[in-house]
Ligand binder design. Structure first.
Ligand code: MGD
Ligand code: MGD
Ligand code: SF4
Ligand code: MO
Length: 740
């Protein structure tokens, strides 16, 4: 048997480590028999975590679907690709008005998600887009949208150069980082401390990240907005604020935060006023500093306010857009825009039908998907397309959603597994395994702590007749757009290329200004449409060769010549290029955000009920879909209810016994695990569990199903500005239960 090595960027989390895969066997049958970190990778330099090391098992999982499934006489059966696409065309029929498009997390990790999902969304042209963003980072997008005029302009902490990092509600030692792409995040935090820098962690749990910190603050969950805004109050009151020049609204912020003194928030947050002052002074005194917030700062009652506060602190301490602070990465495939004011950001251009939630970045809250499907009346969504999503487990009230999915007129899922969500589909279209897919990080290059660009072609070829995920989504887009069945799929790529080129040649600052788009299109290289589109984006991007304008610049050919990637240097200040607010300044005090502050002020006197629940992640997991890999299951990766011993005593719970947990949306049972790491009054359950449904095909996961924490929610607790579900810090009741 032949053995060879192939390079492949890991798609399993946001760290984007370069892997060196050992592959045995020829052609489409090649299997991964080993995975290690690629020591020569320009960005990850050999780092790999247990998930990356298990890449081969995940890739070869025998439960992965290898052929499409089509429902006939109530049962999902294997079918040919032609039959499956025909079934989709028949099933969607003329129902295009009422199609919900549901996008899950892996879309940010695939070429198909970046390049073809937008084409599918455009073909559907309706206003029913739902994604994992509204159970994740949407509050950050709203805050950045208002502050900088661009909801995708995320400042990223300059991890390798900062003197002081304040982490709010993130656990990168386990998650490997999010909205900040940094292979070996743990090593980079240790390096920060080794060079004399300071790490502060705000988290109701003493997590692995908190244990590494110089200072750990454990506030009451959901109170960070008040805590951080009180810190901002201190900066302003004590004359410690030294914001960058290009800000508007500083006086308005000062007035707005006047009531938020450390004393006013201390009891609410359960953090002493003196500590709030110290935190603010330390941040201001550090030569450079960055504030970094993640899930514990977004998926909470005041998610947008907290996200705004995170950036406010960075801005007020003069740390935005400077080395060692937080900077805006410049991705190799970004659209180059001339500096100058923009149109700004707004939400609510339309509203959801049932509860009237405002659209945010063209999306409606994932938590509202079930009601949009099951509530009768005009405009009811009757058709569902899911791509890489398992909302039955990842969104609130999966039981209601399951009933709605079972009842809809037609559902198609693009997914490699038959799981809790896809078991309701009428057609399942499985993409090939990761080794058979190309990889490029369109999303994460824009979040990386160091500029770089890397590309992996498929390590193993596809069998004849099997479409890759780009081809699957192309066909779906053509069907959704009503194209005749014999339409050449290449037409869609040609349209996308033409669109970008026409726009470029019309722009005076573009290196191809005034040229002929058709002639430029013929110069693109690449083995398929996706590669040609990547080539185009690279060539016209900020480091591009500009169709000959800069012979040393980037193109697909240059990337292919550098299999371990190309380093493009450290992050650099570029605020002027980023700002797209109408004023051309950072709009520090956006009206919609200011209007949400009274809600926060009103909550200050409220003492929440006895117990609140927060989530947690495990190192060897990834949301709902990695419990099926034997190497990644068992051990500490279990769905237990963590409880502080003091609470356990009060509630009559013992270690290893079963507990019943009740919330707005239902009740579940889980095994109790006592831990002193939680602050009392807080219990913790991981998400992505509940693999006990019939009709799924995830045999390893089904053996240890766990319980679905999101069943405790009914979908009504949302951060109003972003439509994001409150997944952290919601009230629950816990009592002893019979063993499950
Ligand atoms: N309570 C609670 N709930 C949470 C969270 C929490 O912290 N607490 N976290 C939230 C967050 S941050 C997120 S991002 C969401 C994630 O929730 P989802 O977006 O639903 O994502 P996953 O659970 O990761 O499920 C991914 C699906 O994609 C499929 N898949 C895997 N690889 C591919 C591929 O290459 N192509 C395609 N087409 N499909 C693929 C898997 O089989 C699975 O069905 O969960 C959210 N839900
Ligand atoms: N191993 C592994 N890695 C992953 C994933 C996974 O499932 N497993 N999922 C990936 C995804 S989709 C994402 S979005 C990222 C998420 O990346 P992170 O946000 O780093 O991961 P979490 O574990 O959700 O960390 C949230 C932290 O917030 C804390 N917290 C909860 N409530 C509050 C609060 O009210 N205030 C404060 N200050 N803290 C609070 C929790 O205790 C927890 O430590 O991880 C990614 N990486
Ligand atoms: S840290 Fe993330 S990207 Fe790196 S090997 Fe692990 S799962 Fe893959
Ligand atoms: Mo996420």
């Amino acid at each position: 048997m032949t053995t060879r090595t192939a390079l492949r960027i890991c798609p399993l989390c946001e760290a984007t480590c370069g892997l060196a895969l050992t592959i045995e066997g020829e052609g489409p049958d090649g299997v991964v028999t080993g995975a290690r970190g690629d020591r020569d990778d320009v960005f990850s330099a050999g780092f790999v975590c247990p998930k990356g090391a298990a890449f081969g098992s995940l890739d070869a999982d025998p439960d992965r679907l290898t052929a499409p499934l089509v429902r006939r006489d109530g049962e999902l059966r294997e079918a040919s690709w032609a039959q499956a696409f025909q079934a989709v065309a028949d099933g969607l029929g003329t129902g295009k008005e009422g199609v919900a498009l549901v996008l899950g997390n892996p879309n940010v990790h695939t070429v198909a998600g970046a390049l073809y999902v937008p084409l599918l969304a455009r073909a559907l042209t309706n206003r029913a887009l739902f994604s994992a963003s509204t159970v994740d980072q949407m509050p950050k997008q709203v805050a950045c949208g208002y502050l900088y005029g661009d909801p995708l302009a995320f400042p990223v902490p300059d991890l390798d150069r900062t003197d002081h990092l304040l982490i709010v509600g993130a656990n990168p030692l386990v998650s490997n980082g999010s909205l900040t792409t940094a292979p070996d995040f743990p090593g980079r935090l240790k390096a920060l401390r080794a060079r004399g820098g300071r790490l502060t962690v705000i988290d109701p749990k003493r997590t692995r990240t908190a244990r590494l910190a110089d200072r750990h603050i454990a506030p009451r969950p959901g109170t960070d907005a008040a805590l951080l805004l009180a810190m901002a109050h201190v900066l302003l009151a004590e004359g410690l604020a030294t914001p960058v020049e290009s800000v508007a609204g500083l006086d308005e912020v000062r007035d707005l935060l006047a009531p938020l003194t450390p004393e006013a928030v201390a009891a609410h947050c359960d953090v002493e006023a003196g500590t709030v002052r110290e935190l603010a002074r330390e941040l201001a005194a550090a030569p450079t500093a960055a504030v970094y917030g993640r899930m514990g700062s977004t998926t909470v009652e005041f998610g947008t306010l907290t996200s705004w506060a995170v950036d406010l602190l960075t801005i007020l301490t003069g740390n935005l857009d400077r080395p060692g602070g937080a900077l805006f990465p410049r991705s190799a495939t970004a659209t180059v825009r001339p500096p100058g004011p923009g149109r700004g950001f707004r939400i609510g251009r339309w509203h959801s039908r049932v509860s009237g939630h405002p659209e945010v970045m063209s999306e409606l809250p994932l938590a509202a998907l079930a009601e949009e499907l099951d509530t009768p009346g005009e405009g009811r969504l009757r058709y569902v397309i899911t791509v890489a999503a398992n909302p039955v487990l990842s969104a609130p009230d999966g039981e209601r959603l399951e009933r709605a999915l079972a009842d809809c007129a037609f559902m198609v899922s693009v997914d490699p597994y038959l799981n809790e969500t896809t078991r309701h589909a009428d057609v399942v279209l499985p993409p090939p395994r990761p080794t058979q897919s190309a990889h490029f990080d369109f999303a994460f290059n824009a979040l990386a702590v160091r500029h770089n660009v890397r590309y992996s072609r498929p390590a193993v070829p596809l069998p004849a007749g099997r479409p890759d995920e780009c081809a699957i989504l192309t066909r779906l887009a053509l069907i959704a757009g009503g194209a005749p069945p014999d339409t050449d799929p290449a037409a869609l790529d040609a349209l996308a290329v033409d669109f970008l080129l026409r726009r470029a040649v019309a722009q005076p600052h573009s290196p191809v200004h005034g040229q002929d788009p058709a002639a430029l299109a013929t110069r693109l290289t690449g083995a398929d449409g996706a590669e040609r589109r990547l080539d185009l984006m690279l060539r016209l991007g900020p480091y591009g060769e500009g169709f000959g304008a800069d012979p040393d610049g980037l193109s697909l050919a240059a990337l292919l010549a550098h299999p371990h990637g190309i380093d493009l240097g450290p992050l650099r200040p570029r605020l002027a290029e980023v700002l797209k607010t109408p004023s051309g300044l950072i709009e520090l005090c956006p009206e919609p955000i200011a209007a949400d502050l009274p809600r926060l002020l009103a909550s200050l006197d409220r003492r929440p009920g006895e117990l609140v629940l927060i989530g947690r992640r495990h190192l060897r997991s990834n949301n709902s879909w990695m419990h099926n890999v034997p190497e990644l299951s068992g051990g500490t990766n279990r769905c237990t209810l963590q409880v502080h011993p003091r609470d356990a005593e009060r509630l009559g719970l013992t270690d290893g016994a079963a507990a019943r947990i009740k919330g707005d949306g239902g009740e579940i049972t889980a095994e109790v695990e006592l831990t002193g790491e939680l602050r009392p009054g807080v219990v913790s359950l991981p998400h992505g569990w509940g693999h006990d449904r019939p009709g799924t095909r995830t045999s390893v996961a089904a053996a240890h199903p766990g319980a679905n924490v999101n069943q405790l929610l009914d979908g009504s607790r949302l951060d109003p500005l972003s439509g994001t579900a409150v997944l952290n810090g919601f009230p629950v009741q816990v009592s002893p239960a019979e063993a499950p």
